[in-house]
Unconditional design. Structure first.
Length: 353
């Protein structure tokens, strides 16, 4: 082999230096990876473990809350249609209340679990969380000031639902509006007024609530009769009407006590007012009042007792005033009276002369 061929086959000094440098870099990289792979594996496993535990825990808690709410709804539906269900349980009200509470609990659970997991994952990356938490606190304060009405409505709605201040089907007076509750939300309560209108009331605006459907209601009827009527007969007729009403369906369930005649509520020269009350099922007082008025009117008519304003008194034909149908005299009836002469139109001038 010639010398030229040997020199060509031998490696050059520059190429050898590049290979040595590449080999050194590769060795350094391999050593760095070998030194840190355990840390990476530990960090990755920690992140996977944190995420898996958070997801499983969130799923289990949300499932438990859902099962609890479904069990509450099934227990309400089990007594629906029975006497106990009609008196004590409103299935729609209980369903909406349980769903609202469940929604709040599920949201709080997800926020706490996922938020804690996110902070733990950031800590696994050796990230300083102090500036992040400080920024989140400042942002939370700013958001609270900017959306304070929304936060107030939300918190008021949560406490109204938890305390069961009212529910679907209740008749309430919320100050700004009154009517029957048809939907209870965390931010807005929907009411239907007496004329059919729908009121959307923000929960944060409600300062007082008068619930007319909790516990029991009172039906009150005022019976106005003539002052010459016998009060004992009036009392007896009203008591018999009320006793008959308490023995008939469905009033026997809606009336929670006897119909009581409290006595005279007002005595005037031309009338007397007798006050009648009865304790009723919550929310059923208006229907009981209407039926009680109907029965009292029939009982008084049967007893020959006349109520004021029902049948107007008719004058006797023998004592009727014969001049009642005559018109009052008028000055315009005479053609020669000054009033008639003043009202006579002026004749037009004669233009032919």
């Amino acid at each position: 082999m010639s010398l030229y061929a040997l020199l060509a086959a031998a490696p050059s000094p520059g190429a050898a230096g590049s290979l040595d440098e590449a080999a050194e870099r590769a060795g350094n990289a391999a050593g760095w990876v070998e030194e840190n792979w355990s840390t990476w594996l530990n960090t990755g496993l920690r992140i996977l473990l944190i995420a898996a535990i958070a997801i499983v825990l969130r799923y289990l808690i949300r499932r438990a809350l859902t099962n609890l709410i479904d069990r509450m709804n099934r227990s309400a539906q089990a007594v629906e249609g029975t006497a106990l269900g009609g008196l004590l349980v409103n299935a729609e009200r209980r369903r909406q209340r349980s769903e609202a509470i469940g929604s709040v609990l599920r949201s709080v659970t997800s926020f706490l679990i996922l938020g804690t997991a996110a902070l733990m994952i950031l800590g696994a990356f050796q990230i300083n969380l102090a500036p992040l938490l400080a920024s989140a606190g400042v942002a939370g304060v700013a958001l609270g000031f900017g959306a304070r009405n929304l936060v107030t409505d939300f918190l008021s709605g949560v406490f109204m639902i938890l305390e069961d201040q009212y529910g679907v089907g209740d008749s309430i007076d919320a100050g700004v509006a009154s009517g029957e509750v048809i939907e209870v939300g965390l931010r807005v309560t929907k009411l239907r007024g007496d004329n059919g209108e729908i009121w959307y009331v923000r929960n944060g605006e409600v300062k007082r609530i008068g619930n007319l459907s909790q516990g029991w209601s009172t039906a009150g009827v005022d019976v106005t009769v003539r002052p010459v009527e016998d009060l004992d007969l009036v009392r007896k007729a009203i008591a018999e009407a009320g006793e008959t009403m308490t023995k008939e369906e469905p009033w026997s369930e809606r009336l929670w006590g006897p119909v009581e005649v409290l006595g005279l509520d007002a005595v005037l020269p031309d009338s007397m007012t007798v006050r009648v009350t009865a304790k009723t099922m919550p929310g059923k007082s208006l229907g009981v009042e209407r039926e009680l008025r109907w029965r009292v009117k029939q009982a008084l008519d049967a007893a020959g007792i006349r109520m004021i304003g029902v049948v107007p008194a008719q004058p006797d034909a023998a004592t009727a005033d014969p001049t009642a149908s005559m018109a009052a005299p008028s000055a315009y009836a005479s053609a020669t009276s000054p009033q008639s002469l003043a009202a006579t139109p002026i004749a037009p001038p004669n233009l032919a002369k």
